[in-house]
Design a protein around this ligand. Sequence first.
Ligand code: ACO
Length: 432
Amino acid sequence: MKEHTVTVTDNRTGEQIELPVKHPTHGPYAVDIGRLFRDAGYFTYDPGFLSTASCQSTLTYLDGDNGELLYRGYPIEQLAEKSSFTEVAYLMLYGELPEKEPLKKFNDVIIKHSMLNESLSSLFGGFYHDAHPMAIMVGVVGSLSAFYHDSTDISNASHREIAAHRMIAKMPTIAAASYKHSIGEPQVYPDNSLSYTGNLLRMMFSVPCEPYKVDPVAEKALDLIFILHIDHEQNASTSTVRLAGSSGANPFACIASGIAALWGPAHGGANEAVLSMLDEIGHVDNIPEFLARAKDKNDPFRLMGFGHRVYKNYDPRAKIIRQMCYDVLEKLDDKDDPTFELALKLEEIALNDEYFIQRNLYPNVDFYSGLIYKALGIPTNMFTVMFAIARTVGWVAQWTEMIAEENQRIGRPRQIYVGPEKRDYVEIDKRQ
Ligand code: ACO
């Protein structure tokens, strides 16, 4: 990697420190402070890591100002239009788009790993009947290492690959079983003749006593949403997976930690929040009142599904998924459902409102994915689970990339201590 240096002057002592600056393929230069503490005795302070690159990665590039997202260099728009979820999964794991035969082999491997160990299937029965499916996901995925310990030697590349395949393959089966448990229906085994998303739909919505036909509109829509959610560089859940993995923890435990981090409303829970907000607004006639509340700085109400921390002009994923959302509502003949009518009216009014225009507040990917999930009959408490299934590919690829690095070390951030100064222990009867 190309480098230059910057020199920083400490205005208190006049001391000058020269630091290397790395030139990435795309994106801003990064000051390398790896030796700063050892050479100069300073830490750096960056709460929330807003200016800190925690790793080098070849997987995903995003440019928030220009609304650009690349997986392994390929624009998300091209992958969304031309590829499939499992093909993009292959790309993320192996670095290149596959030719026909390797893709067929990869699809076969994934489908063959989709069944769960039968003892693992019985684990679901131990959860409370109305447990949130994300709670079940965290527990069940965390337990995978107890069932598949033949693939937990992280120093063995073949173990790592099998673990990666197992996680991608079993996630839909675990997700569907979590849902079935929450509604008191029997688990449905995977069907190896179906696609990744077709299988998921069947495992979620079929019952053993009736035939089930996968709806191709739903299958395609899910495949597209999953491609868009595969990876988003070092977000909270991905950073959690990397940090857990840096200690040498087994891959199943690392992915379980990512699922736990994703569950937070500020991360994977936003599409669920969109539907709750639409329920709260209730009717198109109430939109002006809620828009006024969204603009009022003294009111905590915000339009969920609008705005993005990184994409300040537009979210490239939202552009792609918006069209799919309209297609799905059209094809499933759902446009007259009052929730969708309300959502589309809200979108139209907000996009033409000065407040939202001035602040570049556009509907984000969660606005539309929530609507599509609802149109497909996926219950609100499964929205974040859907996100977790897709993001598993990114987590696994990031984990694999990190473990394969030479000189990989345990992650260990520092802190600025602001507690009491050093003091002596006081016997209990002498404390005031
Ligand atoms: N509704 C109303 N006003 C908003 C909204 C919103 N959804 N989002 C931002 N604003 C306003 C802010 O009040 C601020 O106004 P000001 O300049 O007059 O003070 C301005 O727009 C800039 O907003 P910030 O809060 O500085 O933007 P930030 O980057 O901090 O927040 C965030 C981004 C958290 C996503 C925010 O837009 C938001 O809360 N959106 C709703 C929640 C949501 O949809 N989250 C999902 C994000 S997508 C994802 O995670 C995959």
